[in-house]
Design a protein around this ligand. Structure first.
Ligand code: WTA
Length: 655
């Protein structure tokens, strides 16, 4: 289809189907079809969450469902369970031969891993880790590509009670180092390299660089993925496959208290170093198993489910590893890029494996829209019966495009709002119950209490805009920031008191009480669905010898999503030209990772500052987005804005 035709179709569909109720056919077969679940869950949230915890296997049942001591809360207190046991062992008798992962490597290699095989791999690796001295409560860093060894490594940690800290493979050596040191990890599990768009990413090289300054690491386990010749440090580095083959295949799953730590995952905050978000065992697993089952309407016997995120982010932790495996379903695990070797890679995977559910981010959907409908149209996608979206607000056009050209105009689209901190989906339709509105994440999941409030914490009511808050803790919510409980209190409960969780998002409520998410209200950007703070990018920029000062803002565009724009003052003697621009982009990639590279850099002689010297990022955001400038009266150097605007004109050249 040509582009104008696609646009006309989208417009017509938007008009015609502003809202759509679930089809009778879908509702009939849905896992959750009774709307009274909302009422029941809100009148007795503990009873609801307890019913969801029953999905799991508990070695010992809990004594109390929840104990609230705001801003802290604990769940299923006194209960004992093991996440790896829940994801593997309990499925073996009845469907051990079911495929857990259809793995697809980027170069075209593939492997189907059954629950039984994964169980054996995990047990062997767990024994090997024990042998390396890892014990309950230790932390293990994992820096791996999207290979089956990644979920295996996470589950091996969970099996012996060690907490994993997965670091996304796209992060740099420095980012890896900081995360390892913050959690004082004892062992690192990494790979020689990984494949991305036909190139290899030198993970082991990055790891070696990081490890020059990581005193807590005793051993390094190396998965041989690319089989490249890599440096192996005698006595420290061990080959994954040898370790696993040599270890015994039986390993008892350690009984863990419900509140024992399952993992740490780092995420960006507005200030300082990334925050180590701590998730515990019973509550987290309850939340992900429940939401995965009900929101994706999982039929473990027949569905082939694909969450196309990277396991290095929370979406992969919850909806590639723990949720799907706890529910015993079959997933697709794909290693590489969506446009390699061609732009139809995803659609060919869906056709080949007859995928029934696809869960991805608006940024990917927007790329597919740009690439054109001819790519999906080459393939039979009729196996799909449900689509999901996560990570950023999805614009109604993208929503309709997704449903029409990927979902064949038939499938529900569940737009799911949540965060690393919440562990599981908090606001989302139930596909058999909720009437959908393209662009809205709809309503809170049963048992979740959300609202939109103003600065003072007063509910804005229907049709009002303000700040999203969660008014009651839920089991899957994080418990603290690793090693920094004070920051936990200040960041999330500093605004409205200990009982009200503030996620940092703006939202609007409509007349039906539907939530429309508006993006972050703080200095956290959402770049291709990944959280990066302006602060981190600024710190990386000023760390470069030619930079005197830098201010970073996210530039929002409904079609492009958010991109990073940096305003940089070069040190005297440095030339702010094309060369420095390239150098700075590379520098940020080195310090944080490629994903944080500024899309545009504007060199300027000064930055707009208040009389007290505070940089006014709000005005720079106006400049970046080509808007009328907001209030400039508090500026000490207002004239500089004209100059910046002229220099930034090229940002809008294509509009
Ligand atoms: C944003 C990713 C609008 C939001 C799971 C949140 C969304 C941040 C949505 C968390 C959505 C996530 N609609 N915005 N459906 N889902 N967000 O921690 O700003 O990487 O605070 O978790 O992404 O990002 P995180």
């Amino acid at each position: 289809m040509v582009e104008e035709e696609v646009e006309r179709t989208i417009e017509a569909l938007l008009q015609e189907r502003r809202t759509f109720a679930p089809s009778e056919e879908f509702t009939q077969q849905a896992n959750l079809k009774d709307p009274s679940v909302y009422e029941q869950a809100s009148s007795d949230p503990d009873a609801w969450w307890a019913s969801q915890a029953e999905r799991l296997h508990w070695f010992k049942k809990w004594d109390t469902v929840s104990e609230l001591d705001p801003p802290h809360h604990t769940w299923f207190v006194g209960g004992q369970l093991n996440a790896s046991y829940n994801c593997l062992d309990r499925h073996l008798d009845e469907h051990g031969d079911r495929v857990a992962y259809h793995w697809v490597g980027e170069p075209g290699d593939r492997r189907a891993v059954t629950y039984r095989e994964l169980h054996e791999e995990v047990s062997r690796l767990a024994n090997a880790l024990k042998d390396l001295g890892v014990t309950k409560g230790d932390r293990v860093a994992i820096y791996l590509p999207m290979v089956p060894e990644l979920p295996a490594a996470m589950l091996a940690c969970a099996r012996i009670g060690a907490a994993h800290s997965v670091v996304f493979g796209g992060f740099s050596a420095e980012s890896l180092r900081d995360r390892i040191n913050d959690a004082e990890c004892k062992v690192l599990i990494t790979a020689d390299g990984s494949y991305r768009r036909g190139q290899t990413v030198p993970l082991k090289e990055n790891a070696d660089e990081a490890l020059r300054d990581c005193p807590s690491i005793e051993k390094v386990v190396v998965v041989q993925r690319t089989k490249d010749d890599v440096n192996m440090v005698e006595g420290r580095d061990l080959v994954y496959r040898n370790l696993v083959s040599d270890a015994p295949s039986e390993c008892e799953a350690e009984p863990m208290d419900s509140e024992d730590m399952l993992y740490i995952l780092y995420t960006s905050g507005t200030t300082g170093k990334p925050k180590g978000i701590v998730h515990t065992t019973g509550g987290y697993l309850t939340g992900v198993a429940s939401t995965h089952f009900n929101i994706f309407d999982i039929k473990p016997e027949t569905d082939v489910y694909w969450c196309a995120a990277d396991i290095g982010w929370v979406t992969g932790h919850s909806y590639i590893v723990y949720g799907p495996l706890a529910n015993g379903c079959t997933s697709i695990l794909y290693e590489g890029a969506p446009d390699w070797p061609e732009k139809n890679r995803w659609w060919s995977i869906i056709e080949e494996h007859k995928a029934t559910i696809l869960y991805t981010a608006p940024t990917a959907i927007r790329s597919f829209m740009k690439w054109g409908t001819e790519w999906p149209q080459r393939h039979d996608l009729s196996s799909l019966r449900l689509l999901g979206s996560v990570g950023e607000p999805i614009n109604p056009e993208a929503w309709i495009w997704y449903q029409e050209f990927i979902g064949g105009g038939r499938t529900p689209v569940v737009d799911t709002w949540w965060q690393t901190e919440t562990g599981a989906i908090m606001i989302s339709p139930l596909p058999g119950v909720t009437t959908l509105k393209p662009g809205s994440a709809t309503v809170p999941y049963p048992g979740v209490s959300a609202d939109v409030v103003d600065e003072q914490g007063k509910p804005v009511g229907p049709d009002g805009g303000g700040y999203l808050v969660l008014k009651r803790p839920v089991p899957s919510m994080f418990r603290t920031i690793f090693g920094d409980d004070q920051r936990y209190r200040e960041t999330y409960f500093g605004r409205y008191g200990d009982e009200i969780y503030f996620p940092g998002d703006g939202a609007k409520l409509d007349d039906d009480g539907y939530f429309w998410l508006l993006g972050r209200v703080d200095d956290v950007m959402n770049i291709a669905g990944h959280r990066i703070s302006t602060y981190e990018v600024e710190s990386a920029l000023v760390d470069h010898p030619s930079v005197a000062e830098a201010a970073v803002v996210g530039r929002n565009d409904p079609k492009e999503g958010e991109t990073i724009v940096a305003f940089v003052t070069a040190k005297s003697g440095s030339e702010g030209g094309e060369d420095l621009m390239q150098e700075l982009r590379n520098h940020v990639a080195k310090v944080i990772g490629k994903l944080a590279r500024p899309h545009s850099i504007v060199f300027t002689d000064d930055l707009p500052k208040t009389r007290s010297g505070k940089i006014m990022r709000r005005l720079l955001k106006d400049v970046a987005e080509g808007r009328e400038l907001g209030d400039v009266t508090t500026l000490q150097n207002a004239p500089i804005l004209d100059d910046i605007r002229t220099k930034a004109a090229s940002l809008h050249a294509d509009e």
